[in-house]
Design a protein around this ligand. Structure first.
Ligand code: FAD
Ligand code: SF4
Length: 339
């Protein structure tokens, strides 16, 4: 049993002060991931800083530049069912609703979603070597059971995937992350937020310890005419993606003006390949072009004993989802269930 102190803070400045740049002090938001990490001794805390009372990071607001700001403390449910998000960013709404369960989405926050840790089985089993949990100890997954693991961007130190659905849509939409910390505020492009494992897989992202995510900005363009989020998994609900695809297009006169394709479940970060999107520009939205784009995205993919199937699965999922994005009428998020 690890003893820790617990404190609630009511504004960002107080949170930064309480965390004090000390790795032993941890933020708790919805608690849906950090509580498990603490319970299973994967992470330790001397102090838990509960940021839930911070009202300044708890709303969804329209920005002067036409975009929308998502508070880091808004829940995933409130974000997905917000009328502005449903109307202007339905890709995001659909991706969030593909994740977890209604109960978890009611607790999980947007900031926590970006910061959630991998679902690699060995990471959660403290009796096995894992470079992410215990740097330098080895990777049990490379020669172990690796069905859910990465096929792109992996390293010899770690083949884990980042499990979020929401972040796949945020990557496709070119969101930016607003951060505050001891050295002041900074803004990070979503593409720069999550990192590949390289030789330091214990580092998931570019947030420095002591910093806090305050909000996430969506640009003006929400691709609400042609979009689709497809999540393929072993169970039809309450399971993480084997492969997921966020696809969005701007189409005029049967010609693709702008294409966005991001993948989840395949790499240590949401995966996007600009060459594939450039290839689709000024082309017709047809099977041959989608297949070529899929091949570009999966170029260099490498499978392991139990997950090589993901390479072909990802290609097919891309093509299928690009077609689904052409028929947005079937993509509207459902109405909020009463709980
Ligand atoms: C059974 C189960 C199934 C799930 N299925 C899915 C799924 O299918 N798809 C999916 O995308 N997700 C899924 N999730 C994950 C879930 O979405 C995340 O656990 C959740 O989004 C984390 O948010 P939270 O607010 O609960 O974070 P917490 O658990 O409170 O915190 C998680 C981490 O984020 C840090 N943190 C939190 N807020 C901030 C902030 N503002 N700034 C800096 N650091 C912060 C914490 O210190 C901690 O390290 C599932 C979770 C469970 C338990
Ligand atoms: S894949 Fe990464 S998280 Fe999983 S055991 Fe290897 S080092 Fe650990």
């Amino acid at each position: 049993m690890n003893n820790f102190s617990y404190i609630k803070v009511s504004n960002t400045a107080e949170a930064i002060l309480q965390i004090d740049g000390d790795i032993r002090n941890k933020i708790v938001a919805g608690g849906t991931n950090i509580n498990d990490l603490l319970k299973y001794f994967i992470t330790k805390a001397d102090k838990l800083v509960d940021i839930n009372p911070i009202t300044e990071n708890n709303s969804i607001i329209r920005l002067d530049n036409g975009g929308v700001r998502l508070g880091s403390l808004c829940t995933n449910a409130d974000t997905a069912y917000d009328p502005i998000i449903e109307e202007r960013y339905p890709l995001l709404s659909k991706a969030i609703l593909a994740g977890a369960s209604a109960q978890i989405r009611n607790m999980a926050t947007n900031g926590g979603n970006l910061m959630q840790r991998t679902r690699c089985y060995y990471f959660y089993d403290i009796n096995t070597p894992c470079n992410k949990r215990d740097p330098g100890s080895g990777c049990s997954a490379i020669k172990g059971y690796n069905r859910i693991h990465a096929i792109l961007g992996q390293s010899e130190s770690c083949i884990a995937v980042f499990p979020s659905d929401m972040c796949v849509a945020l990557r496709a939409l070119d969101a930016v992350v607003n951060i505050n910390g001891p050295e002041g505020e900074r803004v990070l492009a979503f593409a720069e937020f999550h990192q590949l494992p390289g030789d330091s897989p214990h580092i998931d992202n570019s947030l420095k310890h002591g910093e806090i995510i305050t909000s996430i900005d969506l640009p003006k363009e929400g691709f609400n005419k042609n979009y689709s989020y497809l999540k393929l998994r072993d169970r039809s609900s309450y399971a993480f993606a084997l492969v997921s695809v966020a696809a969005a297009f701007e189409i005029e006169d049967n010609t693709i003006k702008e294409a966005r394709i991001a993948l989840g479940g395949v790499a240590h970060k949401p995966w996007r390949v600009s060459e594939a999107e450039d290839f689709l520009k000024a082309k017709a939205p047809n099977k041959e072009n989608f297949e070529n784009a899929a091949n570009i995205i999966l170029e260099g993919a490498k499978g392991y004993e139990h997950n090589s199937f993901k390479i072909e699965l990802a290609k097919r999922a891309i093509v299928r989802n690009c077609f689904m994005a052409l028929h947005p009428e079937s993509q509207r998020p459902g109405s909020k269930p009463s709980l």
